[in-house]
Ligand binder design. Structure first.
Ligand code: PA5
Length: 481
């Protein structure tokens, strides 16, 4: 199982920049508060916007796995490319799973190869396009249409949108729908799998009219908490990721995070540390730094979860609080040569979360012997994972030496089970942190203004006032050169 080492967040290691261990000891005020919140989360789990907490077990899990496997069964072997269209919570989880659990070069292998050597016609290339950059999207479409890509006949598009009204996803979807219709007439619908609200919304209406295979974005599961629902599971299953192991890992972590004892509950402990250090010690920037390329994009998924859930102007009691912490992603060792100078000697306003992987699933390399250069002799015969993790430990030490609080999450192995644990861990940490900050972790009111202003600028009926507002506020001035 994942382990959490938080000694470097405590005053024993980083002086006044850390938390006094007595404040989180048995019977302390913070331990009692955490225990109370654990009870509160147990009573609300599976209800309202906390239905995500039930995704890894019981009837929701069974229902989703059956539905996903049925659609995957119909699609398997028929496609060389799977193109996921979505944004934000409808894309970041998919990107994170593909990146964490498939080799970095998975899309470069001959179509149908699984990237680990064995030929397996059933596994397509997977592209997750989460932007409307026309050059990028166009290049993916060009590839899929080309002979090298196998053509549109061998391409499946998976549109993921709870609402169906998100301009980015809608415009991508409209583009591929028209392309497919032009290329294959009535058969176009066999090339689209939609994941959307099962009962309502614009995408639902389109699906019902066109007759695509659909999977649900379950009610009460917001985008950034949806990766363990069909939103993330469908593309994962198409890519051969072991869904049972992923969900078993998430469920195991959920059980650990239901323990009322702060010392035994990693989510409650992380939330307590990050909220205390963030609100009382001025550490309002939270860096997640995996020492593992495959987990770098999991840090991107974390950024949305932490930013959108906790960044709130108003508290649950109506006070203006401007809550939240700025999530930052970094990559070890790469960013040791780019960011660590700032991290050690710049403002002491950050908490660092390192991720270490012990077993890279049989992919370690041994640095060859025999170069015969004295200055490099210490590397000979050592494994690359040993070097990577020594560098991580050295950076931990360097940060402690500069009194910068940090913690480590350890993956014994990079696999589905541990990735599932990691996802559930941070979702539960976020739920605790929302309660500790007394804000609604499940809404995103500030994102709406930009969406509505876009509708106004793009001429959507009923949104003229937004266009007027934007153009009035951003009227040309002389401050331009
Ligand atoms: O986390 C969220 O709720 C958002 O990031 C949404 O997932 C994102 O805006 C996409 O919305 P939709 O799925 O309705 O297209």
């Amino acid at each position: 199982m994942l382990t959490l080492d938080y000694a470097n967040c405590l005053s024993e290691r980083v002086g006044d920049h850390g938390l006094d261990p007595a404040r989180i000891g048995a019977g302390s005020e913070l331990a009692q508060a955490a225990s109370h919140l654990t009870e509160r989360l147990a009573s609300s789990r599976g209800t309202g916007w906390e239905r995500w907490r039930e995704l890894a077990r019981g009837p929701m899990r069974a229902e989703h796995l059956a539905a996903v496997r049925q659609v995957v069964g119909r699609c398997r072997g028929r496609f060389d490319n799977l193109v996921v269209l979505g944004i934000g919570g409808s894309a970041l989880g998919n990107i994170a799973l593909q990146s964490a659990l498939r080799p970095g070069t998975h899309n470069l292998w001959e179509a149908g190869a699984n990237g680990r050597g064995a030929k397996e016609r059933a596994v397509p290339r997977v592209f997750v396009v989460d932007n409307v950059d026309p050059a990028y999207f166009g290049s993916v479409l060009d590839f899929c249409r080309s002979a090298a890509g196998g053509g549109l006949e061998r391409t499946l598009f998976n549109v993921v949108s709870k609402s169906g009204e998100t301009a980015e996803t809608a415009s991508q979807f409209m583009t591929v729908r028209a392309l497919l219709k032009a290329a294959m007439g009535a058969k176009f619908k066999d090339h689209i799998v939609a994941i959307t609200d099962p009962a309502k919304g614009t995408m639902r209406q389109i699906c019902d009219a066109d007759g695509y295979a659909t999977l649900p974005v379950p009610e009460g599961v917001g985008g950034r908490f949806s990766v363990l629902s069909p939103v993330g599971l469908f593309s994962a299953a198409m890519a051969g990721i072991d869904l049972d192991a992923l969900l078993d890992g998430a469920d195991a972590m959920d059980r650990r995070c239901s323990n009322p004892d702060l010392a035994q509950n990693p989510a409650a402990m992380l939330a307590t540390l990050l909220v205390e250090l963030g609100t009382r010690k001025g550490k309002s920037n939270h860096v997640l730094m995996p020492y593992c390329n495959a987990l770098y994009l999991l840090a991107d998924w974390f950024r949305q979860l932490w930013a959108e859930s906790l960044g709130k102007r108003v508290s649950l009691t109506g006070d203006t609080v401007f809550a939240g912490f700025t999530p930052i992603k970094a990559l070890g060792t790469t960013d040791q040569h780019s960011q660590v100078q700032l991290y050690r000697e710049g403002p002491n306003d950050k908490v660092f979360g390192f991720i270490q992987v012990d077993d890279f699933g049989g992919h370690d390399l041994t640095i060859p012997e025999g170069l015969g250069i004295e200055a490099l002799g210490y590397l000979e015969g050592k494994s690359m994972a040993l070097l990577l993790n020594a560098e991580k430990r050295a950076t931990e030490y360097a940060l402690v030496d500069s009194q910068r609080p940090n913690f480590s999450i350890n993956f014994p192995k990079l696999d589905e089970h541990h990735v599932g644990e990691f996802i559930m861990l941070w979702e539960v940490v976020t739920a605790y942190a929302g309660l500790m900050l007394n804000i609604d972790a499940y809404d995103q009111p500030a994102v709406e203004t930009g969406k509505q202003a876009t509708f106004g600028l793009m001429g959507r009926a009923g949104y003229d006032k937004w266009k007027t507002r934007v153009e009035g506020t951003l009227a040309p001035t002389t401050y331009r050169m």
